[in-house]
Structures are given as structure tokens and as C-alpha cells.
Design a protein around this ligand. Sequence first.
Ligand SMILES: [Fe+2]
Ligand SMILES: [Fe+2]
Length: 133
Amino acid sequence: MKIDNFVWTDELSVGVNEMDDQHKVLVDKINKLVVDLNDDSPNVYGDFQDLAGFVVKHFEDEEAFMEKSGYPGLDTHKVIHKQLLEKVGSFDGSIKDGSVDKFALMNFLKMWLRSHIMGIDMKYGEHANKGAA
Ligand SMILES: [Fe+2]
Ligand SMILES: [Fe+2]
């Protein structure tokens, strides 16, 4: 059974171009991982490290954006990011030794991207765009 690609749709837009662009990069990196997982490629661990590194950068940039725009939910959002990074990190060992449950990994990544962007990230976008015509 093959894992499906993650497809970007406009409903994932948070209304902040810089963050939308980073979310699209995340989608691309997840899809590279999907392709290599489906092929049992030796690049899987490298893909995962690349993705995890970008997630760290994205969270830092997002937190800096929220701080700059005076978003009141910054602290809660930071806690959620920390939990997500721990969850991402929990896959590291099993990906490295090849025992990872591919479907559990991809379900987590896709679920996180959709529900975090649409449920949590969307709120800083609404706050930043509030009052903007
Ligand atoms: Fe976030
Ligand atoms: Fe985000």
C-alpha cells in the first residue's frame, strides 16, 4: 500500500505570505519523504532530518512573527510547538534503524500539518490581519 501525497489547498492559507510560503515548503518536504518511504529509498533518514530541521526553523520564525505582531496566544502556541517537536523527535530512532511504522509517521505528519495550521496557526493570521481592510 502506497502513502498518498499531501496536497496544498488554499484553505490552508493563514493569510500571512511568509508563513504560507514556509508551510508550502513543509508540504514539499513531507512529500519528498512520502516518495522515498514508498520506494524504501536510503534517503528516508536524510529527508526526515531535513524536514525536522526545517520544522525547528519554521517554529522559530513563526514565534518571532507572533511576538512582533503582539499576538496574545504566543505562550500557548509555543507550548504546542514544543510538544510537536518532541513528537517529531520520537520518530528519529525508528527511522534511523528502518523499523518505523510508515503509516503512523505519515498520519502524524499530515494530521499535524492540517490540524495545526487550520486550528492553531490560523489564529495568529486572523490577529495579524485584524483591522486590515
Ligand atoms: Fe505553529
Ligand atoms: Fe506553522
